[in-house]
Design a binder for this molecule. Structure first.
Ligand code: SAM
Length: 233
C-alpha cells in the first residue's frame, strides 16, 4: 500500500537543522536509551547488515550504530535535505560516510532494496492521517527482508487515560529543563493529539501490524515517548 506522503513539516528547514542536535539536550539520555535498545535488538544481525534509517534527520541513529558495527551499511532517508546535510557532515567527520547512502526523499521514494533492519525514531507522530501513517510503515516493510527488524519510537500517549495529566506534567518538566520557553510548551500541549501524536498506543500498534509487521512489542516509555520492536512478516 502506498498513498501520497505528507509534506515535510516546515520546521525541519535550514535553521532548525543547524540547531536540532543541541535542542532538547536534557532529553538526550532518553534518546540514548532508545539507541541502546536498538543496539541490543539488532545485535545479532550479520556483520555486513544493511540498515534503513527512516526519517534520519541529522543522523543520530546512524552515528550511534556506525560506531559499534563497523561493517554495517546505512540508508539514511529524510524528506528534509537540510537535516540530511547535517547528517552527512557528521558521517564525514566521524569517518563512516562511505558506508552511507543519503536520500532526500520519503521512504516511498527509496529503491526496493532488502534491508536487514529499520529504525524510525520520532518521525511517524507527524503523520496525522491514519492511511498515510500506515503507508509509512508499509513503505518501510517493503524495504525489509522477511524477518527484518523494526524499532519505532514516537511521541504517543492515551489522552483519555486518567494518568495522562501526570505523564504530561513529567514531559513538560523535561521540556522546561531543556530550555523550551513557556509559550512553546503551551503550543506543544495544544498541538499534541491534533497536529501530531494523533493516534494512541493501541491504534499505532494496530497500524504497524497492518502494515506488514508482527504485533509490535511495547519495549520503552519515557513520559510521552514510546518505543516498540516488531518483525517484518
Ligand atoms: C524529530 S526528527 C527525528 C530525527 C532522527 N530520527 C532523530 O531521532 O534524531 C524527525 C525527522 O523526520 C523527518 N520526516 C518528517 N516527515 C517524514 C516522513 N513522512 N517520512 C520520513 N521522514 C519524515 C523530518 O524531516 C525530520 O528530519
Amino acid at each position: 500500500m502506498s498513498t501520497a506522503p505528507s509534506p515535510v513539516p516546515m520546521h525541519f528547514d535550514a535553521e532548525r537543522a543547524e540547531v536540532y542536535d543541541k535542542q532538547f539536550a536534557a532529553m538526550q539520555p532518553i534518546k540514548e536509551a532508545a539507541h541502546l535498545l536498538i543496539e541490543i535488538q539488532f545485535g545479532g544481525l550479520p556483520a555486513d547488515a544493511r540498515i534503513l534509517i527512516a526519517g534520519a534527520g541529522t543522523g543520530a541513529e546512524a552515528r550511534y550504530l556506525a560506531a559499534r558495527f563497523p561493517g554495517w551499511r546505512f540508508t539514511l532517508i529524510d524528506p528534509s535535505a537540510r537535516m540530511l546535510n547535517v547528517a552527512r557532515r557528521h558521517a564525514e567527520a566521524e569517518g563512516f560516510a562511505e558506508r552511507c547512502t543519503f536520500l532526500a526523499d520519503y521512504v516511498s521514494g527509496a529503491p526496493l532494496e532488502a534491508h536487514d533492519a529499520a529504525t524510525s525514531l520520532l518521525v511517524s507522530h507527524f503523520l496525522t492521517e491514519t492511511g498515510a501513517r500506515q503507508s509509512f510503515f508499509a513503505d518501510i516493510a517493503a524495504r525489509l527482508k522477511p524477518g527484518g527488524l523494526l524499532f519505532n519510537l514516537d511521541l504517543c500517549a492515551d489522552r483519555q487515560a486518567a494518568t495522562f495529566p501526570e505523564a504530561l506534567d513529567l514531559w513538560l518538566g523535561l521540556m522546561r529543563q531543556s530550555g523550551v520557553p513557556k509559550e512553546m510548551r503551551a503550543g506543544w500541549v495544544s498541538s499534541f493529539g491534533r497536529v501530531f501524536g494523533v493516534h494512541g498506543p493501541s491504534e499505532l500498534e494496530a497500524l504497524i501490524a497492518a502494515a506488514g509487521f508482527t504485533p509490535p512489542a511495547p519495549v520503552f516509555q519515557a513520559a510521552m515517548m514510546r518505543g516498540w520492536t516488531a518483525v517484518r512478516t
